[in-house]
Design a protein around this ligand. Structure first.
Ligand SMILES: Cc1ncc(COP(=O)(O)O)c(C=O)c1O
Length: 328
């Protein structure tokens, strides 16, 4: 991780090294946090955050599912994020907002533990490697099943849920693969340890449905729309494990990884990234980086400081942005 200058925490911009938390923070002990992974891309019209509103909306929903009351509105977190990117001089970045129960109580009825909110932004390249986007990756079906709705909430992007992803990722990496594919509790295909999954079967694009314990990925949603706009049929249905091996093409989508073809699963070769994967990937990358006019509405442009100043007299005083008042 490459440190940058500042991290936003509870309304203040702190030096990177000073953004610490108490060792008795509730979230550290029990995983009581919700977060997002977001990317900002450099475009010809300046830095732009991909589907920022959708990410903040999911953050709010994840918080609600785990009874966390966010002390800041989505709009305040959005404003803080823009200011953070500007102050850190970042034109492209991985952005990590996190809301977690902080210091004050260790009981499991956690209503008394305060909710702390941070936003960090820092440079982070393609999660599975830049080459993976061209050449594809090798994946292994995990012996660990994805968290199930019977005991947890797959739809929430919650810190504690990632122990499950970490088990799967560690197993696949130790076995020499690039990524894990998890099945759901029923044994149907679910997703990667940090990505949603798509298959091509008989020319049709298939992806596991909401009931397959997936995280409802924002890139999944984007790719479904892009693929349909390109004229492909996209079906959300349960996928049997063997279909992974029988597929013409398989690819993964996620904010960190972007769109990554899979070239081998459990030692069954799928071959070089296929035509449909390539076609959708090219348009997807255009959408991320502002080259696709039809998807410009997905981009939240980060205004340069000079442009931001006339918006309000308060905004021109950057210190005032650093002290955002908590939402009621
Ligand atoms: C478990 C899991 N599934 C799927 C995804 C893909 O979601 P998104 O496209 O919103 O990044 C992620 C990444 O956030 C993830 O962690």
């Amino acid at each position: 991780m490459d440190p940058v200058e500042l991290i936003w925490r509870n309304g203040e911009f702190l030096p990177w090294e000073e953004a610490q938390t108490h060792v008795l923070s509730h979230g550290l002990h029990y995983g009581t946090g919700v977060f997002e992974g977001i990317r900002c891309y450099e475009t010809s019209r300046g830095p732009a955050i991909f589907r920022h509103h959708d990410h903040l909306d999911r953050l709010e929903k994840s918080a609600e599912l785990y009874y966390l009351e966010l002390p800041y509105s989505a709009e305040e977190i959005r404003g803080a994020t823009h200011e953070l990117l500007r102050r850190n001089g970042l034109s492209s970045a991985y952005i990590r907002p996190l809301a977690y129960r902080g210091y004050g109580s260790l009981g499991l009825y956690a209503k008394d533990a305060p909710v702390d909110v941070i936003v960090a932004a820092f440079p982070w390249g393609a999660y599975l490697g830049e080459e993976s986007k061209n050449g594809g990756i090798r994946a292994k079906v995990s012996s660990w099943r994805r968290i199930s709705p019977g005991g947890s909430i797959p739809h929430a992007k919650a810190s504690g849920s990632y122990l499950n992803s970490i088990l799967a990722k560690t197993e696949s990496t130790n076995a020499g693969y690039d990524e894990a594919i998890l099945l759901d509790e029923r044994g149907f295909v679910c997703e990667g340890s940090g990505e949603n999954i798509f298959l091509v079967r008989d020319g049709q694009i298939v992806t596991p449905p909401q009931v397959a314990s997936i995280l409802d990925g924002i890139n999944r949603k984007s790719v479904i729309q892009i693929a349909r706009d390109l004229g492909y049929a996209v079906v959300e249905r349960d996928v049997a494990r063997a279909e992974l091996y029988l597929a013409e093409e398989v690819f993964l989508t996620g904010t960190a990884a972007e769109l990554v073809p899979v070239r081998e699963i459990d030692d069954h070769p799928l071959g070089q990234p296929g035509e449909i994967t390539r076609h959708v990937q090219a348009k997807f990358e255009d959408a991320l980086t502002g080259r696709a006019e039809e998807y410009l509405e997905w981009l939240d442009f980060v205004e340069a400081p000079e442009a931001a100043a006339p918006d309000s007299s308060e905004a021109s005083d950057s210190e005032s942005i650093g002290r955002i008042t908590p939402a009621a």
